[in-house]
Design a binder for this molecule. Structure first.
Ligand code: ZN
Length: 215
């Protein structure tokens, strides 16, 4: 400690509760965590699991520094291209469009699909001000127009927003002379892929239907 640091000791001591409050406030960035739950988590970490708290803090720093988007499919990866995009075992003529990396993992779990993916990292939601620009749909159009892709499978959720996104994309992609298909209705109305079992999803993939006219 140098002389200047020692001098800082003359400042009034911080309220010990303020750091705790800061932690609770920070935890509220987690989905579904309100003020009460955040406070419980903060107290738990400090009282019972300081090692866990340190690991969590380090993992957050590491992940936010190193995880980025795959340049080809937009999913999370630490490299320029994700492992799926780098693999030569995948069928590059098929492109499956999903909303999130979790949805990609769900489709992978079905083992019924061997093509490539594009992850939207969202969906159209005009009421929330999320339009084609906000989710950068032009990147998907570019990706699908590489001359190798023949079929685009729209595997957005069966929620209102997921359906609207599929409809919008279907029209744009069909105009580019691509075969555009949508998962079959095995997935329930309002259903999110993440919560559908792999068997149902595999069937929905196999029985996918054409959208619009076939090229
Ligand atoms: Zn990728």
């Amino acid at each position: 400690m140098n002389a200047r640091d020692a001098g800082a000791g003359s400042a009034p001591p911080r309220d010990p509760l303020s750091r705790l409050e800061e932690l609770a406030r920070a935890l509220r960035c987690l989905p579904g965590v309100g003020p009460k739950a955040a406070q419980r988590m903060a107290l738990h970490l400090l009282q019972h699991d300081r090692d866990g708290a340190q690991r969590l803090a380090q993992a957050l720093v590491d992940a936010t520094r190193t995880v980025r988007h795959c340049e080809r499919c937009n999913t999370f990866t630490e490299a320029t291209l994700c492992a799926l995009c780098q693999s030569n075992k995948r069928d590059a003529t098929q492109l499956c469009v999903v909303e999130t990396p979790a949805d990609l993992l769900m489709v992978e779990q079905t083992q019924a699909y061997s093509g490539l993916y594009f992850v939207l990292m969202g969906r159209l939601s005009p009421l929330d001000g999320i339009g084609p620009k906000e989710i950068r749909l032009e990147r998907l159009l570019q990706r699908a127009s590489d001359g190798v892709v023949r079929e685009v499978i729209l595997a957005t959720n069966f929620t209102n927003e997921g359906e609207a996104t599929a409809h919008y994309l279907g029209e744009l992609l069909a105009a580019r002379e691509l075969r555009v298909t949508r998962l079959a209705r095995g997935v329930p109305v309002g259903g999110e892929l993440e919560y559908v079992d792999a068997g149902t999803l595999a069937q929905a993939l196999r029985e996918r239907r054409n959208m619009g006219s076939e090229p």
